[in-house]
Design a protein around this ligand. Structure first.
Ligand SMILES: [Zn+2]
Length: 340
């Protein structure tokens, strides 16, 4: 057995937990923007509060079961905006996982949609919620909306959580965000950023998602920014994401060791320092990057978050895992019917 601090997923979309097995899109997407249009932007429009709740419960449970104690979430549900961040925060609290919430503001649904997204971030932060100001991406926002989101973040003393240059469609993100970005921003993906892009903030690398969407390799070692790891909504198994980050870095440069990808995983703990005080006891192994890079399926037997044991003998203590999976499955069927 070996013990580590809590792992941090620096970019998640808990709303996508129900997406696995969803009906195929009306046609095969030809690239990144069509993947958004035909898959994710249809899915997020179909979400209601009950789906958001059970999607978050399932995502939080699965994070806990992989030793991830802290999720930095980015949410969008254009037809169920108001109150959505509290639904997610409450679900994570019920499971016992820490979450930093944000609502992804966008002009895709007109000026009013952007305004309602900003308002949800404000409502949640003003009520004392732990969060950031979310923005979908520069390429789906007007300059006015970007400036308003940055101002709202400044007002609450938090950063902006935004997708940046994930695909070629967002190629001018760096110039549009140059005067706005601050050190507490999360710049998610950065695949198409120049090496010397000049944006302040932590770059969040999502190797599995980038490969899945065929957007290219972000090669985060080329940036001066701090780097953290996220899953972009594909679970919260951060040791798995570390192994993918390692092997993808190795494909790019065979001379690098796993300590590089390990430093990115540790970058998450720099964003939410309390995670380092959480305690994860793994069933076997060694907390050494060379060992972990080649050891699949490490499982926690016990997890303690903020002093409370929320996983004992491999089972969640605050919720019934079978029931969470069953209720999430029911909501997934409702979601699939809407998408079918
Ligand atoms: Zn994302």
């Amino acid at each position: 057995m070996t013990t580590t601090g809590g792992l941090v997923c620096a970019h998640h979309h808990l709303y996508s937990s129900l997406a696995r097995g969803m009906p195929a899109p009306p046609r095969t997407p030809s690239g990144f923007v069509e993947i958004l249009e035909l898959v994710w932007w249809r899915l997020d429009c179909a979400l209601d509060e009950e789906m958001i709740r059970w999607s978050a419960m399932l995502g939080a449970l699965e994070a806990l079961e992989r030793g991830c104690t802290t999720i930095i979430d980015h949410h969008e549900s254009p037809n169920a905006i108001e109150g959505s961040l509290s639904v997610i925060a409450d679900a994570c609290a019920e499971v016992g996982v820490r979450v930093v919430c944000s609502y992804g503001v966008t002009d895709r649904h007109g000026r009013d949609g952007a305004r309602r997204g900003l308002e949800e971030n404000r409502r949640f932060l003003a009520a004392g919620g732990r969060g950031m100001v979310g923005v979908h991406a520069a390429f789906t926002c007007s300059d006015e909306t970007l400036a308003e989101a940055a101002a709202l973040a400044e007002e609450f003393g938090v950063g902006v959580h935004i997708h940046v240059a994930e695909g070629a469609a967002d190629i001018d993100a760096a110039s549009r965000l140059a005067s706005l970005a601050r050190e507490d921003w999360l710049l998610v993906h950065g695949v198409h950023l120049d090496d010397d892009h000049g944006l302040a903030g932590t770059v969040v690398h999502n190797p599995r998602s980038n490969m899945n969407n065929s957007v290219g390799y972000a090669a985060p070692a080329r940036f001066a920014n701090p780097v953290a790891l996220g899953t972009d909504g594909i679970g919260a198994d951060m040791l798995e994401e570390f192994r993918l980050a390692y092997v993808r870095s190795r494909e790019h440069d065979v001379s690098v060791g796993p300590d590089l990808a390990w430093s990115w995983l540790e970058g998450g703990a720099a964003l939410v320092p309390e995670a380092a005080d959480d305690r994860v006891v793994w069933h076997h192994g060694d907390a050494d990057p060379w060992y972990l890079a080649f050891t699949p399926g490490l499982t926690p037997v016990e997890v303690e978050v903020a002093g409370e044991r929320v996983l004992v003998d491999g089972s969640a203590t605050r919720v019934d895992a079978d029931e969470v999976r069953a209720r999430a499955g029911e909501q997934a069927l409702r979601l699939f019917e809407r998408l079918g």
